[in-house]
Write a new protein. Structure first.
Length: 480
């Protein structure tokens, strides 16, 4: 018979992503029915109550350990064992700095990484900009007006703001956020898309073309509200970088007026630019939000085709943009690898996209031209839980709901920061689903998850696996 307990550890602060990993491991332990280890923020307290626990009085600086299990003492002991392996800020004998600006004044720094709840990110990023330091804002949930104001300030202070919601960057080979292991090389990437950048750079790495830098700018940067401020600065920075011979510009569908501004800026650069600006899906494909099933934007936002005259035409998808970059470098375009899978049943009627990457989802919808696509990495799905590149739960549940008449199209993204073994959870779910499954496996041979091992596990479960998301989407379409 199960019992439950909720413990409060006063003033015991840990990083939220680390705690999400502890929660997941604890929930998977034998005899544990439900578990969550988290800071006592308003959102986390609500999630714990939704799990059926009674939460004692606690503040956002306190740690909560909520467990329902056959042996709660053993479960709490396991939680404590895992917590002891984490590095907890503020435990050193020296008083830690209380603000970003005071930290920057105490020790030299090249960049500030902000990863706090969105409502607090602006203050820390402001401190970084005022200290004259570039800043990567990993946090999401930052109001767009704050983003615009911060980037206008950064322009005056001559620094780069990457983000908010910048999930991927790489500076001189040092990966930040979700980052693949990439060989150094001549290609610089400006990306208003984390997984879009990961797709392009993973394909470049497979083709033997390395990367100098990835400058993420946040998914909203090329919107009308933000105006491409960080994109324009990042293009100038890479143009001045002697290690960068070619720039690839990756973005979700941009606002037409921003696309025109970028086109004008690119015309004045010395470094050639290959655009990978995705067009919106045709009306046959739709995107599903948590509370609605709204059609994707009409394709007249394809004014992005007017971007950069750098000797490369507008690419239809990220794979084509990568191939254009390889040709511009004078390198051969390889055959992108794929691992065949198993088709289940006969009459396939619809494509069901269950994605972790928003740009990859948009690209797949545009290439497939039909079906329903859900981006489980959207803010609406990640409030109070880990991103699906870390926690597979939502997509495992989506696979369980799939029908025999479905073709399930999904991405599996490797690299540092992502699930250390995504196939361990996803492959059994693929094997159980009655649907035919097609996987875009985004990663490199250097990634810690072992690309070939992940591909083999997913293929053995019945999935068809492709290194190119666009090719995976075309294959899914061919199965209908």
């Amino acid at each position: 018979m199960s019992a439950e307990t909720v413990l409060v550890r006063k003033g015991a602060y840990y990083d939220s992503v680390q705690l999400m990993r502890v929660s997941r491991a604890l929930a998977d332990a034998p005899g544990v029915e439900a578990a969550m280890v988290a800071m006592a923020t308003e959102l986390n307290v609500a999630v714990i109550r939704d799990l059926g626990f009674t939460v004692p009085e606690a503040g956002p600086g306190d740690l909560l350990i909520a467990v329902r299990a056959r042996d709660t003492d053993a479960a709490v002991a396991e939680a404590d064992r895992q917590l002891t392996t984490l590095q907890r800020p503020g435990t050193a004998t020296e008083q830690p700095p209380l603000t970003t600006r005071s930290a920057a004044a105490r020790a030299p720094a090249d960049l500030v990484l902000v990863s706090v709840p969105g409502e607090h990110a602006f203050c820390e990023a402001y401190d970084a900009v005022m200290a004259g330091l570039p800043v990567m804002i990993f946090s999401d949930g930052v109001p767009v007006a704050q983003e615009r104001w911060l980037k206008e300030l950064a322009e005056r202070r001559d620094v780069l703001v990457m983000g908010p919601d910048c999930g991927t960057a790489s500076l001189g080979g040092v990966g930040l956020g979700f980052a693949n292991v990439l060989a150094p090389g001549p290609v610089g990437v400006v990306a208003a898309s984390g997984t879009g950048a990961q797709q392009v750079t993973s394909l470049l790495d497979w083709a033997g073309a390395g990367v100098s830098h990835i400058l993420g700018v946040g998914g909203r940067d090329m919107s009308a509200e933000v105006g491409g401020l960080s994109t324009l600065r990042a293009l100038r920075l890479l143009d001045e970088d002697p290690a960068t011979e070619l720039i690839v510009l990756v973005s979700k569908p941009p606002a037409p007026e921003v696309a025109r501004a970028v086109e004008e800026a690119v015309a004045g650069l010395r470094t050639p630019v290959v655009p990978a600006l995705l067009a919106a899906p045709d009306s046959g494909a739709s995107s599903a939000a948590p509370d609605s099933r709204a059609s994707s934007p009409a394709p007249d936002s394809r004014a992005s085709k007017a971007v950069p005259d750098s000797g490369a035409s507008h690419a239809a998808d990220l794979t084509e943009a990568t191939e254009q970059a390889l040709r511009a470098l004078g390198r051969p375009v390889p055959e992108w690898p794929s691992w065949p899978g198993t088709s289940r049943g006969d009459a396939k009627k619809t494509i069901n996209g269950i994605y972790a990457g928003g740009t990859l989802s948009l690209e797949a919808a545009a290439v497939a031209g039909q079906g329903e696509f859900v981006d489980y990495g959207d803010d609406a799905y990640t409030r109070g839980r880990a991103h699906p590149m870390i926690d597979p739960t939502l997509r495992v549940e989506a696979l369980a709901r799939a029908r025999e008449t479905d073709v399930v199209l999904m991405d599996v993204v490797l690299g540092h920061g992502a699930d250390p073994d995504p196939a361990a959870s996803l492959a059994p779910a693929v094997a159980r689903t009655p649907a035919t499954v097609v996987v875009a496996l985004v990663g490199t041979l250097g990634d810690p998850q072992d690309l070939h091992r992940q591909a083999a596990a997913l293929r053995e479960a019945g999935a068809a696996v492709f290194l190119s998301n666009a090719q995976a989407a075309r294959h899914a379409r061919s199965l209908l």
